[in-house]
Design a binder for this molecule. Structure first.
Ligand code: SF4
Length: 248
């Protein structure tokens, strides 16, 4: 993907700091002079990534909840390698609630933190069976009572399994890109989520995080953002390139 106009590298614009990319400028107090158009940003991202969606393979809310618990400190690709065996052995919360921890640990070992994740998975399933008749709850409040389920995980399940936008899922990509793009001035995920919810209409909350994650993986990569190929470069206050005068 290329930007619309010709671009020139900013004089002396080489990024410095803890991440070596433009994020460093923001985190070190770089003052954003103007908040770019939030609506233009999401429009460009929607047309750039028309297939943006949850990367965790799942067939229902139970599978998505398990996959999201497993995704902590782990790539989605790795989770997708682990979950087929997990779901084959424990196809519903009823089987997982009765699982032997050692058996679950063996299946999910490569996803990291496998002992804690096993506790969360089995605890979640037991609570779902005991308190919700085996159905994954459909509200933020109920989901957050389950072991291993915080606001981020609940947002993922509500948005992708139940098509209910209660908030914006804020992961590392969303945190980083929100700062770089000037959509948020915070570093705390809760504050970032609040700011994004104020900037965008509810119907965009779910897709927004997918779009930012896609962009963070493909173009605005941590430590080596490809600003010259970025469709948002002319809007982004952290861009390392600037359009030539008269080209926008
Ligand atoms: S211009 Fe694009 S790639 Fe560069 S920092 Fe901004 S969002 Fe990231």
């Amino acid at each position: 993907m290329k930007t619309g106009g010709k671009a020139v590298r900013r004089k002396g614009g080489k990024a410095v700091g803890n991440e070596g990319g433009p994020a460093a400028k923001v985190s070190r107090g770089h003052r954003l002079t103007a908040r770019p158009s939030a609506s233009e940003i999401i429009s460009l991202l929607k047309s750039t990534y028309p297939d943006a969606r949850c990367a965790l393979v799942h067939r229902n809310a139970y599978e998505l909840l398990c996959a999201t618990i497993l995704s902590a400190q782990c790539t989605d690709a790795r989770v997708n390698m682990v979950t087929p065996a997990l779901f084959a052995r424990y196809p519903t919360p009823f089987e997982l609630a009765r699982a032997e921890p050692a058996d679950v640990e063996e299946i999910i070992r490569s996803a990291g933190f496998f002992r804690n994740k096993t506790k969360s998975l089995i605890g979640m399933a037991q609570a779902v069976v005991a308190d919700h008749g085996g159905e994954i709850p459909r509200t933020m409040e109920e989901l957050r009572t389950l072991p291993g389920v915080g606001r981020k995980t609940a947002n993922v399940v509500l948005s992708n399994a139940y098509d209910t936008n209660e908030g914006v899922t804020v992961d590392t990509h969303v945190t980083r890109l929100s700062g770089l793009l000037g959509l948020s001035r915070g570093t705390d995920p809760v504050k970032i989520e609040e700011e994004l919810m104020q900037l965008y209409p509810r119907e965009d909350w779910g897709i927004l995080s997918h779009l930012l994650i896609f962009h963070g993986r493909q173009i605005c990569i941590a430590r080596r953002p490809r600003c010259g190929d970025c469709v948002l470069a002319r809007l982004c206050p952290s861009s390392l390139v600037r359009p030539l005068p008269g080209t926008i």
